[in-house]
Design a protein around this ligand. Sequence first.
Ligand code: DGL
Length: 263
Amino acid sequence: MVGPILIFDSGIGGLSVFEPIHSQLPHHDIYYLFDNARLPYGDLNEQELIRGCVELIIKQVRQINASIVVVACNSASTLVLPELRKQLTIPIVGVVPAIKPAAQISKTRHIGLLATPGTVARQYTQDLISSFAGGCNVTLVGSSELVLIAEAKAKRQTVDHAKIADILTPINSTDLDTLVLGCTHFPLLRQEIDEALTHKVVLLDSGDAIAARVMSFIDTNENDSTDIQGTLKAGYTKEIDAGLKETLADYGFTQLEYIAVAN
Ligand code: DGL
């Protein structure tokens, strides 16, 4: 059996990418690595973000002998991919906001991007918009608070619905019909976001596209040759509470470990 797929995020957001990958590859070992000591990434400066992610991912790839890395974080992907590709020879899959499909399906020609402040401000987001959504009006909303609300939900704490409605005000006051969830944390709040929207909006994320990309690197003979379920392990950089452990167990992660990192 080949080494595990390593899925990386700052927090629990990568679980929205883990789900479609695991449902297609139930026999494959998966290691979910999250850097909760430094969350939220959307507020970190670029150099700090790159340094910490690259060190942590490379250390863990070597430790577990990973066969593929999935950077399941929009805020980190475009920044860390070039350095990871320089230092590793295994496939590295990243994630970008689903601007292109959103522009293709929007009828009002008005789309939205709900992401972290870092993603909303980056040049690559501007480039995606000019390349693929040139004919559309694009409303950008950046929020780290929504990331923390998703984290709270995963810890089984109360979800602040009024706060979500407040964050979505710039979207509710427009005629946009398609909203890109450009942060992997946000599909975990899909129902809450949907409920807070005051008109019909299609919500798009990149989970299935990333799973398809991962599948393109998998030897399907290998994948089908066993009935044994893959082992699911998770590692984090700051101790987690009982609520989050329960949530991870619900996803199938029963082997958990703390990974010490320098600050
Ligand atoms: N889940 C991440 C993303 O897709 C990062 C959230 C954060 O730590 O700010 O952007």
